[in-house]
Design a protein around this ligand. Structure first.
Ligand SMILES: [Zn+2]
Length: 348
């Protein structure tokens, strides 16, 4: 007898304390419920005599501490458990529950003891008595399931596309992972479920979306100030400089030499060069035909023929041409005629 059997035996003695004279020969477990039905002892209509009750040795089978039956051979347990596993697999299949393997978790213990020879049964008999006993077998079922893995969406800026444009560079694709559970059943009732393994079968492919950053060079139809900070030093219209009265066909904005100058709206650069009085000059033609002038520059950032977007850096300011000091001279021409830029620029 190994240690486990001894402990089991002690438990059984405790449980069977109500049984009469266990050491001599215990009342067979489950006899009341599974015993012979009326008439079963009758052969050819004649009363069959009770066989002589002889004592012998048999294995008392206990399941989870519950005495079930006396069996003849230890090997009967194998047939018994195999049958139970097969039954449970059938139950799972019929109920649409997936499984990989089914094991019995209940403890089946045997103890060699004395009993009446007619109480000893085989695997089938033990199974019958087990069923009648109401003892519920605990099963451990491993089951796998395949679940999708969502993909992520990644956004990447792209100067190849205009602002507001999005383009799928790589289509997203879901991945798959396999989860393995150990599900415990008490009888046919699921009593617990444990996730024991999770592995990726196929990794998802992230969706890559290109987000256009290229500015549209189309004219917006509205003008922006050509400098970041705006301070008007001379307005459009009549003015007197050094006692000379003259008409000012644009506005002058305070700009130290090297101040960044930006396109007032999208359009096409139609002139980059020096012009009388204007010094270094850039002209941009907008889609409605208007032309803006940026004069007295020190350097250019664009060349003739370029398309520029509204707000694009086009030059650095300076003091070239006819000036009394560095500033930006800015004009808007409609049909070749200068108009008051203030009427077309955002309010300050
Ligand atoms: Zn001016």
């Amino acid at each position: 007898m190994n240690k486990k059997s001894i402990i089991t035996a002690m438990v059984i003695i405790g449980l069977l304390s109500g049984f009469a004279a266990l050491s001599a020969c215990a009342e067979p477990p489950g006899k009341d419920t599974v015993g012979s039905s009326p008439g079963s002892g009758s052969v050819n209509g004649e009363e069959e005599r009770e066989p002589e009750s002889t004592e012998r040795e048999g294995y008392l089978l206990t399941v989870d501490g519950n005495p079930i039956a006396y069996i003849e051979n230890e090997s009967d347990i194998k047939a018994l458990t195999e049958h139970l596993i097969a039954e449970h697999k059938k139950y799972l299949s019929e109920n649409g529950k997936s499984f990989d393997s089914v094991e019995i978790k209940s403890s089946f213990d045997l103890m060699l003891t004395k009993c009446k020879s007619e109480d000893v049964t085989d695997a089938d008999g033990a199974l019958q008595r087990l069923g009648a006993s109401g003892v519920r077998i605990t099963y451990a079922v491993t089951a796998k399931e395949t679940v999708p893995i969502a993909f992520e969406t990644v956004y990447k800026n792209s100067a190849s596309y205009y602002e507001g444009t999005r383009k799928v560079q790589t289509a997203g694709k879901k991945g798959e992972k396999q989860r393995t559970y150990t599900v415990t059943y008490t009888g046919t009732e699921e009593s617990s479920r444990e996730l024991t393994e999770e592995k990726t079968l196929t990794a998802p492919t992230n969706e890559v979306i290109l987000v256009g950053t290229k500015k549209s060079t189309a004219s917006t139809g509205s003008y922006a100030w050509p400098t970041k900070s705006v301070y008007i030093t001379s307005y459009y219209g009549w003015r007197t400089i050094n006692g000379v009265r003259g008409y000012h066909y644009g506005i002058d904005l305070r700009a130290a030499v090297g101040t960044s100058i930006y396109a007032s709206d999208g359009g096409k650069v139609i002139f980059v060069g020096t012009a009388s009085g204007y010094g270094k000059l850039i002209k941009i033609q907008h889609d409605n035909g208007d032309v803006t002038y940026y004069a007295h520059l020190s350097s250019y950032s664009v060349k003739k023929g370029d398309r520029v977007y509204k707000g694009q850096l086009i030059a650095k300011s300076g003091a070239t041409g006819r000036v009394t000091g560095p500033h930006l001279h800015f004009e808007i021409r409609k049909n070749g005629v200068q108009v008051n830029p203030i009427k077309h620029l955002p309010k300050l």
